[in-house]
Ligand binder design. Structure first.
Ligand SMILES: CC(C)(COP(=O)(O)OP(=O)(O)OC[C@H]1O[C@@H](n2cnc3c(N)ncnc32)[C@H](O)[C@@H]1OP(=O)(O)O)[C@@H](O)C(=O)NCCC(=O)NCCS
Length: 177
């Protein structure tokens, strides 16, 4: 099956929320309000993999940030407002979230979504020159994609993620210049 990468729209919300619930444990799922805020404040960073009849097979959300030396862990706070963080002429993309439909995983679409959405953003916004993200140490598929795309680990944010065992896991910060 083949899907089309395109900018996300408010009309995609029900499908985005279906993917969100399929992608993450309940404790870390983001709300419809958070996605609506991203779509209205940072539309340049919101992308979907669209199939037929309004069905979506993946989404990727990003913001543009000013580029800074090292990183400031406070910037990655969960539920931060895209309206405050996103700078349309920023030089660094922050990829905040990505999900592929479980029925489609393991067939290369996650890698394509990640690679092609970044290619589109960099082509449309020539000021961009860097990409940053955080990842849970247990999210193996995502980590494989980021490594394959040339991202390097530049640090950790202690205790960022809750784990199933009740312990907290760090967020690994990765960047590609
Ligand atoms: C991360 C995610 C988007 C990847 O989508 P996908 O379509 O499965 O990705 P791909 O098919 O392109 O596979 C990417 C790599 O991960 C590997 N992989 C896929 N599923 C895996 C799994 N369950 N465990 C370990 N590796 C896995 C693939 O073999 C591939 O590696 P390779 O290129 O070295 O062979 C998808 O797993 C997902 O939605 N996960 C839940 C949400 C999430 O973790 N999001 C990312 C952080 S925000």
């Amino acid at each position: 099956m083949s899907f089309t990468l395109r900018p996300a729209a408010m009309a995609d919300m029900a499908e985005i929320m279906r993917l969100e619930r399929a992608g993450f444990a309940e404790a870390i799922q983001e709300t419809e309000e958070a996605f609506a805020e991203r779509l209205s404040s940072a539309p340049e960073g919101c992308w979907v993999l669209a199939g037929e009849a309004k069905r979506l097979y993946g989404y990727l959300c990003a913001e543009f940030w000013p580029l800074e030396q090292g990183f400031n862990s406070a910037r990655f706070a969960r539920n931060h407002a895209a309206a405050e963080a996103h700078v349309p002429d920023g030089e660094e993309v922050y990829v905040s979230s990505m999900v592929v439909d479980p029925a489609t995983r393991g067939t290369g679409w996650g890698h394509r979504l990640f690679r092609d959405a970044l290619v589109e953003m960099f082509a449309r916004h020539p000021r961009l020159r860097s990409t940053i993200l955080i990842v849970n140490p247990e999210w193996d598929a995502a980590r494989r994609i980021y490594r394959a795309e040339g991202f390097a680990e530049i640090g950790e944010i202690e205790g960022y993620f809750a784990s199933g065992s009740g312990q907290r896991l760090p967020a690994i910060v990765m960047r590609r210049n």
